[in-house]
Design a protein around this ligand. Structure first.
Ligand code: MIG
Length: 791
């Protein structure tokens, strides 16, 4: 592995880069030695003796001899607990939500206090342990008294034997994180990782717990470097700050809705972002980009976006374009836009330290870069060589950075790919980021890198989002490698430099589901893996998986074999084309589901246990997933198989390929082939599909179904009119009735729809009281209020 890394480094950054990285590591050690604070105190300090109890708005404050705790009900199922001493978190990750005040009951006794609100009661014991129980007195959660060593808070939560833990942001582990050890310290792992690597680029400290007594989501609002050790107990330790956490109880839908009220709902992306994206580190020039696009046309492969990696920049200077490689950038962008292909460009936070570089000069003269304790600008190393780093904590820096996107929007770049924002700084040894003693400033006050490091990518995305929103009438589309809790307000993300192995393909499913459960609803993976060269079968299976992930993008490292979808020969290209077309057919369903996620906070892709979280046999399934409300995807994750084990959750499901019905819960072996992976559609769904230039609604129903299905429409970008059609479906033994109610002024581009029924044969149909012809179990109808199909 180490040898691989050295070779990778040599190939990608060259000798000069490596020399820089060595110098950088030495520089870092010097800076850190010079400014490090000494911590000599290793004593564990517990809260101590309880001294007094004070009611505060929506909660209680209990003062102990060594610490104090504040417990607040923000709503009747959302509790905030804050232990101090320690500085309170900067409020960046939260949304500006005004919680309504709750009516509480407080009982104070000699052995502790109980605060109750609705169905939930929190008991604080004499020693500072906190137990939460429901109305039946079932313990939902128990935290032992937290303790402090120096500035570092730790807290131990007792876990139930069966309890499962999910989330913590981006993890290369199984979906259930227990047992395991994890860190939250956003890290550029340097070119390649696989299962087991930790930490990765985005360690959001949010987790979901499932146990026999219910479910809760927990958010540690503390951005300091942290560790989580999940075994019999769950120990969380933070290297500074107050110990503040939010706990949300309730059914899963409600938990995620509440969580989105807390940290913000995901922004609604433009529709093109849901199409296919092609990328490669190494696409060098305008000429090459146009050739690639030609390739897509020639092979009849649809594509929505082409990505420019760092190669487009002028000597890796951020926000510049190399005029030799891209002499007619704007023309190229116009030409592509004409073909409905958008350009997405990589942005790195590191700014080349070069007195002739305007961005550097400006940032320096306006004092916008990160500094050391004695006020020198901190240096690091990245693609442009010696570099400096914008201090995104500083509002003026963010506003300045936000303004830079305009010049790229103006030449026709539509999306932004925010890379290296852990932040990454090449190091021959030690942590590949800024010196730990780097300081960040906010309103003239200094904050340590230990606290701000994890927020760095998040704040860079905040700046980008605000910049693009201000400068464009289109919706921003940004995706990022690093981030933190609440990133969904500003950006999607992707899982970085995963290696090109079957194991990593398998890993992708758990990693992306874990992200989803940490609030990052929209993410994706480099199809085929980043660092190696997959064979045809691995690439194909990865492509088939990604067809059903939010971000659908092929990307690869320099020095890997070419990976355009026509490289593996015609037989493979034909299958890839079918999946590409399937993605585009499904766009109305995907777009509607994305819209629903942005409205409700309910993840876009969900683990199977979502269907029945009380059934613990579903808790460990991390090789299948739900896509929106109505579809189950079973990706093929191993080579050379002709069968795939499938678990179907309770309910009735139809195979997408042949309409065969299945009743869950069901375990079965299904036949697979290179051309297909198992896909199931829920009984009662109305799947909107765009096909043959028209719009179809595929109705899957044959027994007693009753359901609600949405169809969301708009122009696909900008902020104009929308239309929401809500279909109610009722199926009984004789009739299938669909009614539709519409909201919004947007006029869909179709005057009639094709309704295709799966699972039942009909002989008669009427639309708004007028009888119509049935052909092959389908009818063509204008927009309607009521459609009745009878046998
Ligand atoms: O140090 O821009 O994860 O997707 O191709 C490597 C070059 C920098 C890392 C990203 C990868 C991208 C690469 N970048």
């Amino acid at each position: 592995m180490e040898l691989f890394k050295i070779i990778f480094a040599l190939k990608s950054i060259g000798i000069q880069g490596i020399t820089h990285a060595v110098i950088n590591s030495i520089y870092r050690s010097i800076i850190d030695k010079k400014y490090a604070m000494k911590n000599t105190n290793n004593e564990k300090i517990y809260p101590g003796k309880r001294k007094n109890v004070n009611p505060i708005s929506c909660g209680l404050k209990v003062v102990f001899s060594n610490a104090e705790v504040e417990i607040i009900f923000l709503s009747n199922d959302l509790i905030r607990i804050t232990w101090q001493p320690g500085s309170l978190p900067l409020p960046f990750t939260l949304d500006d939500n005004h919680w309504q005040s709750q009516s509480l009951q407080i009982e104070v006794s000699t052995d502790g206090e109980i605060i109750s609100c609705g169905d939930i009661a929190v008991k604080i014991d004499q020693d500072g342990s906190i137990t939460i129980h429901d109305i039946q007195k079932t313990t939902l959660r128990k935290d032992l008294p937290p303790f402090r060593i120096g500035e570092c808070w730790s807290i131990i939560t007792q876990l139930k034997p069966e309890e499962h833990i999910y989330g913590l942001g981006e993890r290369a582990s199984t979906l259930n994180l227990r047992p395991g050890e994890y860190q939250s310290w956003n890290t550029d792992i340097g070119g390649s990782y696989s299962s087991g690597t930790d930490p990765l680029y985005m360690g959001t400290p949010i987790y979901l717990s499932l146990s026999s007594s219910g479910y809760h989501l927990l958010y540690f609002e503390n951005s300091f470097k942290s560790r989580f050790s999940i075994h019999d107990d769950f120990t969380a330790s933070f290297e500074g700050g107050a110990l503040r956490y939010y706990i949300i109880f309730g059914p899963l839908e409600k938990i995620f809705n509440n969580f989105s009220h807390l940290t913000g709902f995901a922004y609604f992306p433009p529709k093109w972002a849901l199409g296919y994206h092609q990328s490669r580190w190494g696409y060098q020039s305008e000429k090459e980009i146009l050739e690639i696009v030609e390739g897509f046309k020639k092979h009849h492969l649809p594509i929505s976006a082409i990505h420019l990696d760092i190669d487009y920049m002028d000597r890796y200077k951020v926000f510049t374009i190399d005029p030799d490689k891209f002499p007619h950038f704007k023309n190229m962008a116009e030409q592509l836009d004409h073909e409905s292909i958008k350009i997405v460009a990589s942005i790195n936070p590191a700014v080349k330290q070069d007195n002739h570089f305007k961005l550097y000069q400006e940032g320096k003269s306006k004092d916008l870069f990160c500094k050391t304790a004695n006020g020198e600008i901190v240096k690091g190393v990245s693609w442009p060589g010696r570099s400096v780093y914008p201090d995104f904590l500083n509002l003026t820096t963010r506003a300045w950075w936000a303004d830079q996107y305009k010049q790229l929007l103006d030449v026709g770049i539509s999306g932004f790919w925010q890379d290296m924002n852990e932040p990454a700084s090449f190091a021959a040894w030690g942590d590949p980021t800024l010196p730990i003693t780097t300081l960040h400033s906010i309103n003239g006050e200094k904050r340590s890198h230990l606290e701000i490091h994890n927020l760095y990518g998040y704040l860079m995305n905040k700046a980008a989002f605000e910049g693009v929103s201000n400068d464009s009438t289109k919706r921003p589309w940004i995706f990022s490698r690093s981030g933190w809790a609440g990133l969904q307000k500003y950006a999607w993300n992707w899982t970085g430099d995963i290696d090109s192995t079957w194991k990593s393909l398998r890993q992708t499913v758990s990693t992306i589901l874990g992200l989803s459960l940490s609030g990052h609803a929209f993410s994706g993976v480099d199809i085929g893996g980043f660092s190696g060269s997959p064979d045809a079968e691995l690439y194909l299976r990865w492509f088939q998986l990604a067809t059903f992930l939010p971000l659908f993008r092929t990307h690869s490292s320099l020095n890997t074999k070419r990976r355009e979808p026509w490289i593996f020969g015609e037989a493979i290209t034909n299958i890839l084309r079918d999946f590409l077309k399937l993605r585009y057919k499904l766009l109305p369903y995907l777009y509607t589901s994305v819209w629903q996620t942005c409205q409700s906070g309910i993840p876009f892709i969900r683990p199977l246990f979502w269907e029945d979280p009380q059934d613990n046999s579903l808790w460990d399934i991390d090789d299948e997933f739900l896509l929106g409300d109505n579809v189950i995807i079973v990706p093929v994750l191993t080579p050379g198989e002709s069968k795939r084990k499938v678990v179907l959750p309770p309910g009735k499901w139809f195979s997408y390929w042949d309409d065969h019905p299945y009743i869950g819960k069901l375990y079965m072996d299904m036949d697979i082939s290179m051309e297909m992976i198992p896909i199931f559609i829920r009984n009662g769904s109305i799947l909107p599909i765009e096909e043959d230039g028209g719009m179809s609604f595929h109705v899957y129903a044959n027994i007693n179904a009753k359901s609600m299905n949405n169809m969301y429409w708009d122009s696909g970008d900008g902020y104009g009119d929308f239309r929401l059609d809500t279909y109610q479906l009722e199926v009984d033994s004789e009739l299938t009735k669909i009614t539709c109610e519409s909201k919004g002024a947007y006029r869909p581009p179709f005057l009639e729809f094709n309704i295709i029924v799966h699972g039942t044969n009909f002989t008669q149909a009427s639309v708004d009281g007028r009888s119509i012809k049935i052909l092959d179990n389908s009818v063509i109808v204008p927009p309607f209020q009521e459609l009745i199909l009878s046998k």
